[in-house]
Ligand binder design. Structure first.
Ligand code: PXL
Length: 294
């Protein structure tokens, strides 16, 4: 059945303060006219990226009840989207969710949140990396940052990387299962210290094509921007955009959010000034920037 409003089952935590996970995903997708149906994985007082002494309750045991009720209701979703997960058992629950609800969905997106800037987050260990390697096999689309690309492939992170290597790595990840691999924060080989760039590179296995969107590197990092990026890409694809347009819409939105915040020297732990930027999602994007890689 075609839904009047597209539905995304979003398997993420609820961090009460700081703009990450569900508090970022819900406003973005709602603004793109998509209904978000959360499966909460944990509740935290704040995200873990900068506030001391946050409280945390793990909802692994509860998640199964939540999902069982949805199974009884015969709910159907256009998209399944998972992100930050707290334990290897949660990964198994998500895998089961994808097996059950994924058949009727247009696509399943796994954002294998594990680390950034070459390092794993504090809560992630080898068991989580192994679990994520299994989980991505069930996804149609994955959105790792470059650090996560390297962890998923078991390779050492380094920033001086050739375009050939990036292409080879994305192909390798795609051969593990996902039809589309969208890698963010890929160091741009065509840039230099004075004009530093970063890029998103996507590989579409069915069409055997690579797309790249490069943008100016801004020396600031805000928690939640990965969730914001993947949400815009999902909203865009559900609206019927092509893959290169979707990845460029994500880049433009995140760049605008970061520019809005950086100009005020806004503290990074607060997350980006998302609310100021939400209207941008309502206007048609003028695409100027994507390229196909030869
Ligand atoms: O945005 C990723 C994310 C999700 N969930 C929690 C986090 C973060 C990033 O800091 O702390 C709890």
């Amino acid at each position: 059945m075609e839904h009047l409003v597209k539905k995304v089952a979003a398997i993420h935590d609820l961090s009460g303060y700081g703009r990450a996970s569900l508090t970022t995903i819900i406003p973005i997708l709602s603004n793109m006219k998509v209904q978000v149906c959360p499966v909460p994985t944990a509740i935290l007082s704040t995200h873990t990226g900068g506030f001391e002494g946050y409280s945390f309750i793990d909802l692994t045991d509860y998640m199964q009840e939540h999902i069982n009720h949805w199974k009884k209701l015969n709910l159907e979703f256009d998209c399944i989207y998972s992100g930050f997960l707290g334990s290897a058992r949660q990964i198994e629950i998500v895998a089961d969710f994808i097996d059950y609800f994924g058949k009727k969905a247009k696509f399943t997106v796994v954002d294998p949140v594990m680390g950034d800037n070459g390092k794993l987050y504090k809560t992630m260990g080898e068991d989580m990396v192994n679990g994520m390697r299994n989980l991505i096999q069930k996804a149609d689309i994955i959105t790792p940052n470059f650090t996560e690309v390297m962890y998923l492939l078991g390779k050492d992170y380094k920033e001086d990387i050739t375009e050939e290597k990036v292409k080879k790595y994305l192909k390798e990840l795609s051969q593990m299962g996902p039809k589309i691999v969208i890698a963010t924060s890929v160091p741009d080989t065509n840039s230099n210290e004075l004009d530093k760039k970063t890029s998103v590179v996507a590989y579409d296995r069915e069409n055997d094509v690579f797309w790249r969107v490069s943008c100016k590197y801004i020396p600031a990092s805000y928690p939640g921007t990965g969730d914001a990026y993947t949400s815009v890409v999902i909203g865009s694809l559900l609206q019927g955009d092509s893959l290169p347009i979707a990845i460029e819409r994500g880049v433009q939105f995140i760049t605008q959010c970061i520019m809005a915040s950086y100009g005020f020297k806004y503290p990074s732990k607060e997350g980006v000034l998302l609310e100021k930027m939400l209207d941008v999602l309502k206007v048609p994007m003028i695409s100027t920037n994507y390229e196909m890689l030869k």
